[in-house]
Design a protein around this ligand. Sequence first.
Ligand SMILES: [Zn+2]
Length: 963
Amino acid sequence: MKKLFCVCLTLIVFTITCITTYAQGLMITYDGTTKEYKGNIYKLYVNDELVISDMPPIIIDGRSLVPVRAIFEQLGAEVEWDSKNKKVSVSYESDEVVLTINDKNALVNGKKVEMEVPAKIINDRTMVPLRFVGEQLNMEVGWNAEKGEISISNKEYLQYAKINDIKYIKEKDRQSIAINVDKFQDYKILRLPSPDRIVVDFTNTKLSVKQDNIKVNEEFLKSIRCSQFENNTARVILDLEGQPQYRVTETKGQLLVNLEKKTTNADADIIGVNNPLDGFSRPVDNQLDFKHIAQSTYEAVVIDVKDYKGYETFKLPDPYRIVIDIPEAIASNEMKTVNIDSTLIKSVRYAAKEPKGARLVIDTKGDLEYRLVENDGILVAYVAKSIDLISFTPSRGISDRDEALERGSLSVSYKAQEDHEIVALFTSDYSDYSIEKLLSENKIVVNLPNALGPSKEQSIDVKSSHIESIKYSAVNRSSSKVVIQLKAQCQYVVVEGEKALVINVIPSVDEDISQTDEGENSAGKATPTPVKTATPEPSKTVVPTVTVTPNPTVVPTSTGINSDKEPIKIDHAFIDGVDSITIWAEDVDDFNVWRLTGPDRIVIDIPNFDAGREQKISVDSSNISSIRSAQFEETVGRVVVDTIGQPQFESRKTDKYITLIVRQPTYKNIQYSNSGSRVYFTLKGAKLTEGGQSITRFYTDKYEFDGRRYSITFPSELADLGVGTININDSKVIDVKITKDDESNQTTITFTTKEPFNYEIITRASENDTTITLYKEASRKDRLVVIDPGHGGSEPGATYGGVYEKDLNLDIAKRLNALLKSHNIKTYMTREDDVYVGLYERAYIANNMNATLFVSIHNNAYYSQYSGTETLYYPSNSPGFNSKRFAQIVQEELVKALGTKNRGIVERPNLVVLKATKMPAVLAEVGFMTNEAELAKLKTEEFRQKAAQALCDAILRALDEVE
Ligand SMILES: [Zn+2]
């Protein structure tokens, strides 16, 4: 008896864990009969993601039928059901399949095609043959009977590279992480401090296998984490213990990251590590350059030249100018003039001086006092109305620009060794550097956010067998970029030296090449490691012995960064409170100007225009802070004007230039926000409505012009907005006009938009501001999920251990938003940044938008011994899918994924966001911030990502039930 019991138990366990999550004895009803389903239950993967729906794939006559809506909508197809004719149509891109229930004839793009098994209604679900429909829509359908898996992927998904596997390998004194990818795309490696970690981002790549994080806890490495960072970027994070040396090797289908002890000279056996800078010295480049710094009472011209010995200086009148001659400096014969137009300085000019050296002239606005100071190896000219106004200690508390000056400037050296080539980036501060390998352009790009490169691009023509050139320059005032243009397929090893980052470029050893006799690669021919075995070579071998398939797309292209170009010419003047920006652009046909917010800026795009090298011009004005220009797309040049607040702008064009005029607005107390999917205006100190649950409106409104013009009118004393037109011209809003009728004492705001919108106007009681939100109603077949990150702005929610609830909520919400979007679910976030949003506002917008589901994300606080997850809902007796059922699903998924204490679902009849919302709505309290252990978890990205994933899973399940 006992024995039999054991057997039974084993069987049940086997059934539950190995076959599926569906209970035994699935009863299915179709064609008028009900019977127990005896077929196999397969796992179904959609774009490599396991789909759990209440109906598994049902096998009838050897064909699998799947719930049409759950599966094909997830694949981005549109599904329509015609209940009268019992027809279901599935369309994807330009293809359409129409099936009639129990009819073997399908219509594929209007043509009749016969199937083996027709669509059926099973358990009230419309089930269609997966392979037939999938293949007609050009999707890939896979069937693995051994594993019990069926898969379907759409074309878009198949285009991505996939990370199939991540392995950890430990050897004697080296650890390796092997990331298996099916094809290489561009990738970027960053080393980040506090906590120490290495981040590898693969673009256009999906994390194909849902892999658990690997806990390592060895000398250098704590753990390996991976996630789909963005829709098209897969991210692998190595949590480090200390700062080991790392090197990166590409092999066929694998990126190998080795971690090893930072090598000292004694045990150096890896190339480049033993005295990486042996035989190198920092190049002396005595090119003259300068930087301008403005302070409130004085200005400084920092003369960037390494050797300024023997300099002479004097002042001249008519016009007033300061002259500095430097005998050892190098400058071009042609005079370079830089317009400064600051309070004290008109411009700075410099050129070569006969017979030797260079001359720099500072054109001043009037007769000013000045002094030259040698400051830590840099020559600085200070200019002021009176010498007493100058503070000569630029390192203390002046500005970030001075700080930048203290940082290491960048210079680059190259040296060829017998079996590899070395590029040394000399700078005392290479912290936070990142390295990108761009496969299509075959270059290595090193970004140095804290190193000061030359403002004029420097180039080293290498023309070796592996490196074509090395180019480097400042990207802006504090960061630099080095581009190593490769010729052949190469790998690299990064060595972090003292005051230099050393990139060793090593030829990749191709399997074929290694069999032919090519002298210079001989070191690499040692023992090619077989493909796909992740064992790294013993550290004695000099060159990584790996096999690499030549990438057919490695042809260097001329597109990419505009490394050998000058930036375009932009002039700026600030006169009488008005900024005039002149962009020299000859013979351009057209341009487009619009406003962006968060941060506030004005963008000018010029089609068929070459913007040259990136530049950033700092500006001293009350309307704008800087002007930037860069190539935006291959054929579109972009100029960005960073504004202070939202000033007024106008633009015009001649055949030589485009002018943008920016001035203080005549409107006030109105702020536009278009930084996320939420588009809204804030009227400061304006009271246009009263009440929450029932609203009294103090305005009248009307629509004109096909819903694209909307105006609201109210007594002028309710809001002090001034008058004027806010030009916007983004994808949604053209402009907003504020007018006043003095006779009737009425103010009118008129919105003109590019498409029809609806408007929700609500005064936030606690702030006394009014928000006007522009939204679109979701259509009936859209499934819109409103995500509500709790609290925000002046209302932080629970605060514990220096952590704000509002920040945790927003972070989880953003992750959830990204996940839902990757499932093609329409979403709307009630806030996308740290702003206050009223509770009724949140609920009413969800109602107005006709949302299918509403999820509010919060975290709990109580006594420290309390912990766990709970989901709140508003009690209702409505039949079918309701808030209570939704809360059950959310609670189940959260507890399952997070492993937190299950505090269950809780009825909350008085929470506004739950009570005032008309659709199924829940409020998830993810964890307790007051519990030390739970707060520690909430502080990790990993935990918040898990919470977001659980909410996403819950929403997918709920959407399936809600239909
Ligand atoms: Zn809260």
